[in-house]
Design a protein around this ligand. Sequence first.
Ligand code: 9D3
Length: 255
Amino acid sequence: MIFSVITIFPSLIEACMEEGIISRALRERKIELDIVNLRDYAYDRHRTTDDRPFGGGEGMVMCAEPLSLAVKAADRGAPDGRRVILLSPQGRPFTQRIAEELCSESQLILVCGRYEGVDERFRQGYVDDELSVGDFIVSGGELPALMIVDAVSRLIPGVLGCRDSAIKDTFSRNLLKHPQFTRPRIFEGSAVPDVLFSGNHRRIEEHRFVESVRRTLMRRPDLLEKATFSRDEKRLLKKHGIMMEQFCKGGGDQT
Ligand code: 9D3
């Protein structure tokens, strides 16, 4: 997988190459990361990458020409498809499912927005997909782009090492993870649940499952609407006082 990041702040992207998942994947050549400085594709006297909006209004708009030249320069003509992704607060919300979809491309060209956005003609002519990383505002598309590089890299075979937690993670079953405990057995007067010492693996799994559902119900009732349960699981939940009707409605009550 080749990631190409188009930005006016290349150093923000470089910062992630020193440690962590992305850094190791780069060293081991599991991924490639191309950082494209947008300013290198601004050929006018002042190397302009943004300008005032026609029609007036606040802020600046990123110019179509340097963006289009940067995309063309970044394109490696990869055979198995490439996707030009604009990071913007107006994009569709990025999810694990989209990460899975993206990892089948051979090149992702990530365009980091800044200011009030990009010229609409660039979006129309060059952008295949527009993504947001959530309903909050950050200063530009650089951190969102890195989140996408990280999330997609983790899904590439060999990137995560042997204990492949990528698949079994939170979103595979639409349930949050159960609470975890390690030594000591008592911390500030609070004890680890006895069942975890029972040695009975079926009971431990059941306990964890119930705690998973309980936690999801309290924190992310929206996820439970997509979750499905076997008859045994439903019976187990009922035994612990967690009723089906609660999560079908998606209410956030803690019961
Ligand atoms: C004040 C009006 N804002 C429009 C919603 C302007 C604006 C704020 C922040 C325009 C761009 C930005 C920079 N953010 C991104 O480019 C961005 C982003 C984000 O802010 N939140 C979540 N996902 C993303 S992806 C790119």
